[in-house]
Design a protein around this ligand. Structure first.
Ligand code: TYM
Length: 338
């Protein structure tokens, strides 16, 4: 088993990232057996696909590293690094560029959403983004990739690229790439905005009130939860009663994910109650969950040199793991003699 996943270091780590992905990263790390390995990285190379401020990106990378450690990623057990220090990611992306098809990339919903009507004006990197993402996991022969629902399509593309490459350039008994499996949590696969139950919680939403950041203080968390959009009806006692009520469903889902329970369990406790009672209970639960994370985050940020050292060490380990696959790829393509 080799677990690999990444996060863009732009903006704050929010509750959607945490419940959809990072909590699973930590659990997989903690359950690791002998000979198994986890690699987690900051996708700084992906971040340049959109307009960005270089100083902000650099700061964001260190802060996201601190946030991951604060959430429980242990750099002495997992390999924690940023892509930019491991040039094999960009190198493999180019090598996979001969295999990925334009039609596959054109179908990616993230590309369609982000480009909107202005495809001609987008960076080439935004279009080829999923090929880099495929390189990120194929480089390490990842078997499991813990992600939220929104990244599943990119992982399916990574599998398609791996499969076509193996078919075209490798023999059946000696494939170059392992096909990675996306691991999406059953609860919390898609946490929605607190302002709009139909839009996912996202770093790029201009409204701070739409998301809970892991570094928010208790008052801010309570305020965001209390102001979350809802409807005037009380909570139903059965799951079916949440149909057509996306904001109510989202808050109940968050509560369920935080308590590792089910939506049905939450409704058993809160069915018939109004949001005047449910929101403070959810707010308290969030504050209690986030308190230790935000305390650790604040103290880790005080020692930037220690964070630099963690990333440098992780990158050295990642480079070492990456080299054999990259060499095999060059050989398979006839670029160097095998
Ligand atoms: P990113 O940075 O947008 O998000 C990081 C992780 O958080 C999950 N996530 C969510 N889960 C549930 N509800 C939400 N509202 C929510 N918002 C975000 C994402 O699914 C993701 O797992 N392209 C990736 C980064 C990446 C990557 C990779 C991931 C680059 N290379 C290789 C896996 C493997 C991204 O932009 O995620």
């Amino acid at each position: 088993m080799r677990v690999v996943s990444g996060i863009q270091p732009t903006g704050n780590l929010h509750l959607g990232n945490y419940l959809g992905a990072i909590r699973n990263w930590v659990r997989m790390q903690d359950d690791l057996g002998d000979g198994e390995q986890c690699l987690f990285f900051l996708a700084d190379l992906h971040a340049i696909s959109m307009p960005h401020d270089p100083a902000e990106l650099h700061k964001g990378t260190l802060e996201m590293a601190a946030a991951l450690v604060a959430c429980g990623i242990d750099p002495s057990r997992s390999v924690l690094f940023n892509q930019a220090q491991v040039p094999q990611h960009a190198e493999l992306q180019w090598l996979l560029g001969g295999t990925a098809r334009m039609g596959w990339l054109n179908r990616m919903t993230q590309w369609k959403d982000k480009a909107g009507k202005n495809r001609e004006g987008q960076s080439v990197a935004l279009f080829t983004y999923p090929v880099l993402q495929a390189a990120d996991v194929l480089l390490y022969q990842a078997t499991h990739v813990p992600v939220g629902e929104d990244q599943k399509q990119h992982l399916e593309l990574a599998r398609d690229i791996a499969q076509k490459f193996n078919n075209d350039f490798a023999s059946e008994d000696a494939p170059v790439f392992t096909l990675p499996d996306p691991i999406v949590p059953p609860q919390a696969a898609r946490i929605m905005s607190l302002r709009d139950g139909m839009a996912k919680m996202s770093k790029s939403d201009p409204s701070e009130m739409s998301r809970v950041n892991l570094a928010d203080d208790a008052d801010t968390v309570m305020k965001k939860v209390k102001k979350a959009k809802t409807d005037p009806e009380p909570l139903p006692s059965e799951e079916g009663g949440l149909a057509g009520r996306p904001e109510a469903l989202n808050l109940v889902t968050i509560y369920a994910a935080l308590t590792d329970g089910s939506v049905a369990n939450v409704l058993r406790d809160f069915g018939g109650e109004g949001f005047g009672k449910f929101k403070p209970a959810l707010g308290e639960l969030l504050v209690e969950t986030l308190r230790p994370i935000s305390e650790r985050f604040t103290s880790l940020l005080e020692d930037r040199e220690a964070l630099d050292a963690i990333l440098a060490r992780g990158a050295a380990q990642a480079r070492e793991i990456a080299v054999p696959t990259l060499t095999k790829t060059y050989e398979a393509l006839g670029l160097v003699r095998g």
